[in-house]
Design a protein around this ligand. Structure first.
Ligand code: GDP
Ligand code: IMO
Ligand code: MG
Length: 429
């Protein structure tokens, strides 16, 4: 059972990139399992600072094969420019494989994502505008173009021709937008195939072979459980299965191969885009945390909404994913903040609840019920030993563990690889 799922436990941007880069040291393979270039995973290590959108965060480890799995949607120009950037920084990308079954984000998906958002007006989701939703829609509608199709000129033409003709009618007739020229797109797509040819592979055999040899695989999640298509704050979610069930399904590995399911939580909450966030801070404290932690989107640069730790969504994530343990990031951001609050329940229409509402109307009117804890005055930033943490920080950590129902294996105290307290090793088998 040598696979370890690293799952965002809130609304994304919990610090998965840092953790996957760190854990990859003990792994043989890192497989990204969902989402697309909507993700922005920051990795800071001896090679520099990187914002990865599609390439798995294990790419910096020479011991690791990295795989863009079948469940990912691939914007090829974004991937190519990421590869170029890594090359220019001296990072070897020869160990990258891209699943031939991953779906391709086409220019019409990006156009439609942006046009549909405009059409939603005040009900816009606040998507990243990267074409993610429309690409997954086409996958489900069975009209998607897959990475492997880019290598077969005849098949690509047969697939693209009817799809583009429908998309052009939608673009022109519904959105009064310019159509896309078939010949130009077809040529461009064949060029993408050629550029990616060395990386494209049927990855399932390699992944299953690796598992059967007992090699250790880190499954890199994108987004966070509250953005999961089924379990998140629908309709303010992304269009993929962010949770561990989605990982097994998308990659094609049986659940009994999973040795650990690790939820990544940040010590407070953040969210980009619209949708309910009961513990959001609209006051100067929210501003202070946003500026101190530089909570601005890695992909879009948008300011992230910031709030106290939301115990209700956090617990739900742990349950729906069956977290066997967790990682706490950005503890250092709370240094010097006193008191610290935790949302431990919601009040909806005068009624107190301690579970996740499913209807947007309820969720939108949910008022947080706070629990207050004393902050700490000596810093945790950069700490690498649990014994160096102030008592109040330990109490806060213990309280979060109690709420989510599992313990933290790693406490991250800064953005750099070594700014971490290891309580128990995660990748062990
Ligand atoms: P991801 O999408 O989950 O990979 O997270 P992002 O990279 O989008 O955002 C997390 C941000 O927090 C990045 O800027 C990281 O460099 C930073 N980060 C990660 N862990 C820590 C930490 O423990 N402390 C601080 N101060 N920053 C961290
Ligand atoms: P990482 O992997 C934070 C959010 C968008 C929007 C919603 C739908 O870096 O944690 P989409 O473009 O996916 O259709 O947008 O999901 N979103 C993210 N928020 N981190 C991410 O990824 C996100 N990926 C999508 O802001 O609210
Ligand atoms: Mg991110």
């Amino acid at each position: 059972m040598p696979a370890y799922g690293i799952v965002g436990a809130q609304w994304g941007d919990e610090g998965k990139g840092k953790i996957v880069d760190f854990l990859a040291e003990s792994a043989d393979m890192v497989v990204r399992y969902s989402g697309g270039s909507n993700a922005g995973h920051t990795v800071i290590n001896e090679k520099g600072e990187f914002a990865l959108h599609l390439i798995p965060s294990g790419i910096f480890r020479t011991n690791v094969d990295v795989v863009i799995g079948p469940g990912v949607v691939v914007d090829v120009p974004v991937l190519l420019s990421e590869l170029e950037n890594l090359h220019s920084m001296g990072v070897d990308t020869n160990r990258l494989l891209v699943s031939d079954r991953a779906h391709v984000v086409m220019p019409y998906h990006i156009m439609l994502d942006q046009l549909e958002e405009k059409e939603r007006g005040g009900n816009a989701i606040g998507t990243t505008g990267r074409g993610i939703g429309p690409t997954y829609v086409d996958k489900v509608a069975r009209v998607g173009i897959r990475v492997g199709d880019l290598l077969d000129p005849t098949y690509l033409s047969e697939r693209l021709n009817p799809v583009l003709s429908t998309k052009n009618r939608i673009l022109e007739k519904i959105y009064e937008s310019d159509p896309i020229n078939f010949d130009e797109l077809y040529k461009e797509a064949l060029g993408w195939g050629e550029a990616l040819r060395p990386y494209i592979s049927s990855v399932e055999k390699k992944i299953l072979g690796s598992l059967s040899k007992g090699e250790k695989i880190v499954l890199e999640g994108a987004q966070g459980a509250m953005l999961d298509l089924d379990h998140g704050t629908y309709p303010f979610v992304t269009s993929s299965s962010v949770s561990i069930g989605g990982a097994c399904n998308a990659i094609g590995i049986p659940p009994n191969q999973i040795a650990g399911i690790i939820g990544v939580y940040k010590a407070y909450s953040s969210r980009v885009g619209a949708g309910p966030m009961p513990s959001e801070l609209h006051d100067s404290m929210g501003h202070e945390i946003r500026e101190k932690a530089w909570e601005y989107g890695t992909t879009t640069g948008r300011p992230r909404r910031v709030g106290w730790f939301d115990g209700i969504t956090a617990k739900y994530s742990a349950i729906v994913n069956g977290f066997t343990s967790a990682v706490l990031t950005r503890l250092d951001v709370l240094d010097g903040i006193n008191p610290i609050k935790i949302c431990v329940g919601y009040e909806i229409d005068g009624k107190k609840i301690d579970y996740l509402p499913t209807q947007p109307k309820q969720f939108n009117s949910a008022l947080p019920i706070w629990e207050e804890m004393p902050g700490w005055s000596s810093p945790t930033a950069g700490a690498t030993d649990i014994h160096d943490l102030p008592e109040e920080a330990l109490n806060y950590i213990n309280r979060l563990e109690e709420i989510i129902g599992c313990s933290f294996d790693v406490i991250s105290t800064g953005p750099k690889r070594d700014e971490s307290i290891i309580i128990r090793p995660i990748v062990t088998s």
